[in-house]
Design a binder for this molecule. Structure first.
Ligand code: GLY
Length: 368
């Protein structure tokens, strides 16, 4: 078993990674249960594929499970589900010292994390992420949120889990497109500050996508190690270091807004196109070698991910896309900090990017 610690003083926690961990999690979770019972919140899809494995493991440890099963999909990450969930948790008499369990992808993790943050002013929770995207990114670091009419993730809190259990075998039942979308977030760690890991992605990433166990575990461990170090350094995104994790997200956010945050373009797919655009924009500004931008584009394309506006099915003007960026929650005093690159593994936060230049670049991309 691999263990990665997120070092946050008294709120430090472990991320455990092992094939089959879900089926062996009973003992580990029994120390967190009160009265022999654990509340597990999941969605309809995950409840079919993964809940029976967790329930069997808890039964072996003489624990019973109180499942709360919510509809699958992004729509669950809103006020209505939050209200349903809070009422359910209160009816189950969950106490501040109790642990609730989030079993699922990013939607469940973010919603349950937020519910845990506000239930009786904060109860403990465990993340058991079941998608690649949630395993390598959203389950680690304590960002929790719901979506509102004004936008995605605008209501939320930083609330760290007390444990993250990652079982790569849960990826076996995921659609290939979702694994591929999650892979964009894996590549992101190489592009941020680890050129050797990006080179590994180029040589071995296809093995992860094919479900090879050693490649999958290695990529997940490397990704969460990178994320844990960043979170330990800048938990609440104050110093700018954690902002590096948003590479590709500003361009990606505009693409998602244009495609209506729908299945037309999954979040990881938008991040892939956004990272390719960020590197090509950096190259056109003379900040980053053309070869690096080409390498990024080629690798993401070879993995089956979109790398352009055309691939993303977006034909909006540069100004329209820039307007979406203006609504980004990362806006600071009217300017938008942008993640750009000086090369592969050399991402940095640029506070002097002109949105007019970005719009002109996007128009040229669309014309090209
Ligand atoms: N997903 C970006 C972060 O956790 O900061």
């Amino acid at each position: 078993m691999k263990t990665v610690q997120v070092a946050l003083g008294k709120r430090s926690y472990d991320i455990l990674i092992e094939d089959g961990l879900l089926s062996r999690s009973g003992e580990r979770l029994s120390s967190l249960a009160r009265g022999g019972k654990l509340v597990v919140i999941t969605d309809e899809n995950v409840s079919r594929h993964q809940l029976p494995r967790l329930a069997a493991a808890l039964q072996q440890a003489n624990l019973s499970i109180e499942p709360v099963i919510l509809p699958a999909g992004e729509g669950t990450k809103g006020w209505d589900s939050l209200s349903t969930l809070m009422n359910r948790l209160l009816a189950l008499e969950v106490e501040r010292s109790d642990h609730i369990i989030a079993l699922g992808g990013g939607v469940i993790g973010d919603l349950v994390g937020f519910a845990a943050a506000i239930l009786k002013r904060g109860c403990a929770f465990v993340q058991i992420p079941t998608t690649l995207l949630s395993q390598v990114d959203s389950s680690v670091g304590g960002k929790t949120a719901i979506n509102t009419e004004a936008g995605k993730n605008l209501v939320g809190a930083f609330h760290q889990p007390s444990l993250v259990l990652i079982d790569p075998l849960s990826l076996d039942t995921l659609p290939a497109r979702e694994v591929c979308a999650g892979y964009a977030e894996v590549v992101k760690y190489g592009l941020i500050d680890d050129p050797d890991f990006f080179a590994w992605c180029e040589s071995d990433g296809h093995r992860l996508l094919a479900g090879e166990s050693d490649a999958r575990s290695y990529a997940i461990e490397t990704s969460v190690r990178a994320k844990a170090a960043i979170v330990a350094d800048d938990e609440t995104e104050r110093s700018g270091r954690r902002a590096l994790l948003n590479l590709g997200h500003t361009f990606g956010h505009a693409l998602e807004a244009e495609t209506g945050y729908s299945d037309k373009l999954l979040h990881g797919e938008a991040v892939a196109a956004g990272m390719a655009l960020a590197f090509r924009y950096s190259a056109t500004q003379g900040l980053c070698p053309d070869e690096d931008a080409q390498r990024v584009t080629s690798h993401l394309r070879a993995a089956g991910l979109p790398t352009s506006l055309q691939d993303a099915g977006v034909s909006a003007s540069g100004q329209a896309l820039a307007a979406h960026m203006m609504h980004d929650k990362k806006m600071e005093s009217g300017t938008l900090p942008f993640l750009l690159a000086r090369g592969i593994g050399q991402t940095y936060l640029d506070r002097n990017v002109s949105l007019d230049d970005v719009a002109a670049f996007l128009d040229a991309e669309l014309a090209g």
